[in-house]
Design a protein around this ligand. Structure first.
Ligand code: BGC
Length: 248
């Protein structure tokens, strides 16, 4: 079965039909730039361009970089335009897509769902936490494979700051941190999350997971196993489609 997946990120809106049996894109993905400011209207236009590129007419799953309840309503918008808060994103996107059935989920939850089924978390029981390091820090918490949605662990407090302002990959760029300096911050962050949840496994996702060999070996004193995500760039698209299939 195929469902269309769209990943809405800070820089790009990317999507493709997803082959749910293989957990992979069925066609090469299409990407348009995220408008700035990333308002609901502007983003919805970008989503329409991506979906129209394939002439898609079936169900669509979308990720959003904030809390999303009931597959529909956006509750927070840390790194996108604040006018998203309390928007019925399902209605907005469905309307812009000519009435196609739509499901909206948190971006890290989507990536986590895909990694648990097809990637680094496959077959893993107990507590597994996927953390995505990008513009912000996203989190997806699983117990015996079941997702606890919208955990928002990127906003834990670390040294008196919002953790994602200290340890996201954007923080690495903004403060011109070396891999060593940044890994030190990530380690402190992981230690804090470990103190709260004692997971068996951390999966490190986001764009930076492609560069895992540059920093994972610098992270010490964490009891849990730490592995890079495997689906990398496509985890959000695949996970969004998987969630849409569950809701369909
Ligand atoms: C948001 C999360 C999101 C993460 C990654 C955070 O700022 O609050 O909902 O998952 O960024 O995009």
């Amino acid at each position: 079965m195929q469902i269309f997946g769209v990943d809405i990120g800070g820089s790009g809106i990317k999507g493709a039909p997803v082959d749910l049996d293989r957990g992979d894109l069925a066609q090469e993905r299409c990407k348009v730039l995220t408008p700035h400011p990333a308002t609901p209207d502007g983003v919805a236009d970008g989503v329409r361009q991506v979906v129209d590129h394939f002439g898609w007419t079936g169900p669509v799953g979308l990720t959003f970089p904030g809390v999303v309840t009931g597959g529909a309503t956006v509750r927070t918008a840390a790194n996108v335009d604040k006018s998203w808060i309390d928007t019925d994103a399902r209605a907005l996107f469905s309307d812009r897509l000519g009435g196609l059935p739509v499901t909206v989920v948190n971006d890290a939850d989507a990536a986590g769902v895909a990694e648990m089924e097809f990637g680094a978390g496959r077959g893993r029981r107990g507590t597994v936490i996927l953390l995505t390091f990008g513009t912000g820090i996203g989190s997806a918490v699983f117990v015996d494979g079941a997702l606890l949605p919208n955990t928002e662990l990127g906003h834990l407090e670390l040294n008196g700051h919002d953790a994602e302002r200290r340890a996201s990959s954007k923080a690495k760029e903004d403060h011109d941190l070396s891999w060593e300096q940044w890994a030190h911050r990530v380690q402190k962050y992981l230690a804090h999350v470990e103190m709260l949840f004692s997971p068996e496994l951390f999966i490190i996702g986001g764009g930076v997971s492609r560069k895992a060999q540059k920093f994972l070996h610098l992270i010490e004193d964490i009891q849990a196993e730490i592995v890079p995500a495997q689906l990398q760039n496509n985890a959000g698209i695949v996970g969004a489609a998987m969630r849409a299939a569950q809701h369909a």
